[in-house]
Write a protein that binds this ligand. Structure first.
Ligand SMILES: [Zn+2]
Length: 279
């Protein structure tokens, strides 16, 4: 990948080729991309679970300047709060993921409220429903409680929903909701999007959309409102965040928009969301 390839609209982090090139040329290409992307910081990873510099640095070199880091259990909360307070590239979210709701109790709720009170930039996540995991009733009650806390503290909620869209919509309708909700790796039907938008939803897409077998998911990418599109890695379980430019390129292709234009739209969507949520 050279700078010329990149300005023509390809992803800056695409697969390398085996074409013979002088080491010096490769070095200067790399240096240029590095400096350019560091200056530009044109991507934001809207959902991941990583905090280490080793994991973040390759993405920073690809222009990913900020990372929304979600918790899965209260064990993550202390580290997320500490890192997000000292590193302005990290936007932290604390929550109990639907796979781990058995750990929810009054003490956990009190701890969550205290951390939110003391850290006004902190968001709520990852919370939600997952039909493929046990205790759906417990998942529902823990999700509703965390959603209410997100509303009460005026924080954005980062939501996981797998195979439970009927229940999700029933919960969201007619209830106090957070100022905005990010549906990560959005997998709902396109017909749900207009109602979700009215409720304050953003739709975040990951590397799954790059697989041509995921026809429904790719249809959704093409049809949701442009101003609600975000991009994510879900690292370390999805891709690593240095794949973000490739995902943006795929979204641009599916929506028939220039890569640069799509990158700008998604960046501005994410910045607007994060500022609107008072982080
Ligand atoms: Zn996640």
């Amino acid at each position: 990948m050279t700078f010329n390839h990149w300005v023509q609209g390809s992803s800056p982090c695409g697969p390398t080729t085996n074409s013979p090139r002088a080491v010096r040329g490769i070095f200067f290409d790399f240096l240029y991309l590095l400096v350019y992307h560091l200056v530009m910081q044109k991507y934001i990873d809207a959902h991941c679970h990583i905090l280490s510099d080793e994991s973040i640095w390759p993405a920073v070199a690809c222009g990913v300047g900020q990372f929304v880091v979600n918790a899965t259990t209260p064990d993550d909360w202390g580290k997320i709060v500490e890192v997000s307070n000292r590193d302005n590239r990290i936007c932290g979210a604390i929550g109990v993921h639907p796979w781990y709701v058995s750990g929810w109790n009054d003490g956990v709720e009190t701890q969550m409220s205290e951390l939110l009170k003391n850290n006004p930039r902190l968001m709520i996540g990852e919370i939600g429903l997952d039909k493929n995991h046990p205790d759906l009733d417990l998942q529902e009650s823990v999700f509703m409680r965390q959603l209410q806390i997100a509303h009460d503290f005026g924080r954005i909620a980062h939501i996981h929903c797998v195979g439970a869209w009927g229940k999700m919509m029933d919960i969201l309708r007619g209830r106090d909701l957070p100022p905005a909700m990010v549906f990560h790796c959005f997998s709902g039907a396109p017909e749900l999007a207009p109602e979700l938008v009215k409720l304050g939803a953003f739709f975040s897409f990951g590397c799954g959309i790059c697989d041509e077998k995921h026809i429904k998911m790719r249809d959704v990418v093409a049809s949701v409102p442009e101003n609600r599109i975000l991009v994510e890695s879900d690292a370390p379980d999805g891709a690593m965040p240095d794949k973000i430019p490739e995902i943006v390129a795929e979204i641009a292709k599916l929506r028939n928009v220039e890569f640069e234009q799509m990158a700008d739209i998604i960046y501005n969507n994410t910045m607007g969301l994060l500022n609107g949520g008072k982080i």
